[in-house]
Design a binder for this molecule. Sequence first.
Ligand SMILES: Cc1cc2nc3c(=O)[nH]c(=O)nc-3n(C[C@H](O)[C@H](O)[C@H](O)COP(=O)(O)O)c2cc1C
Length: 268
Amino acid sequence: MSLTINIYYTGKNGSAKEFVKEMLNSGLVDKIRNEEGNKKYEYFYPENDPETVLLIDRWENEEALDKHYKSPMMKEIAALREKYNLTMRVEQFKSLAKDNQDFETVIKTRTATRKFKDKLVEDEKINKILEAGRLAPTAKNLQPQKIYVAKSKEALEKIDKVSPCRYNAPTVLIVCSDKSIAWTKDNYSSFEMDACIVATHMMLEATNIGVDNIWVEMFDKVALKQELGLNDNIEPICLIPIGYKTDDCPVNPMHNKRKDLSETVKFI
Ligand SMILES: Cc1cc2nc3c(=O)[nH]c(=O)nc-3n(C[C@H](O)[C@H](O)[C@H](O)COP(=O)(O)O)c2cc1C
């Protein structure tokens, strides 16, 4: 849960903008951005009101915000506000939704989900996930990916025929790649690598917007091709079941078992 605070500073003869300049030049803004739990501290200039500046600051939780309020910086900010004779209007929002988290939170919290509720994934969210895949890099930008969004009862039944790993997800992204489009050189084709990058983008965006997911390799690719009537050149690469985990969904015990960097990295 994050907290967002909108503060409208209003003055006269451009004093609100002068206040912002001094906040920035004094290094106060940088210091606040470096405070623990600060996710955003930015000024905006509403077009319809040149005497007002809007500050949007976001904090990871109430504890972080409390700490900020108790920090010595608050006195400095108050003194500057008085210097420029500004009035202040404050709006505070609590966000329970997981949306647009910072990148580190996304990569740390993404985890394999193996028990989904029946709750459907909203079309708007599916589109955001697909859009993240669309923006993925591919070899020579050839974009060989073909994504089938399985939502209908019939499509989900087909998935269940070829894989034990849908875990009751109401939607499955079937990530495929068109070998006739992908970049090839000698005996190598980037079809699989391209599709994996697309799949990774989608998985991370799903986590970013609070949609649980899992990467599934365990499925019969030949059988799936037949079930979906795919052309020879279309290769299924992976399945990504997406949805919302149940309240009793077990934590994946593997999630925190990662090798030490010294085992997988060598500086040369
Ligand atoms: C290429 C790949 C294939 C996977 N295949 C399956 C699968 O078929 N079934 C399954 O339950 N989990 C599958 N997983 C999930 C992994 O087991 C899981 O990501 C891993 O244990 C790390 O846990 P975490 O994702 O929670 O961090 C797969 C993951 C990857 C990246």
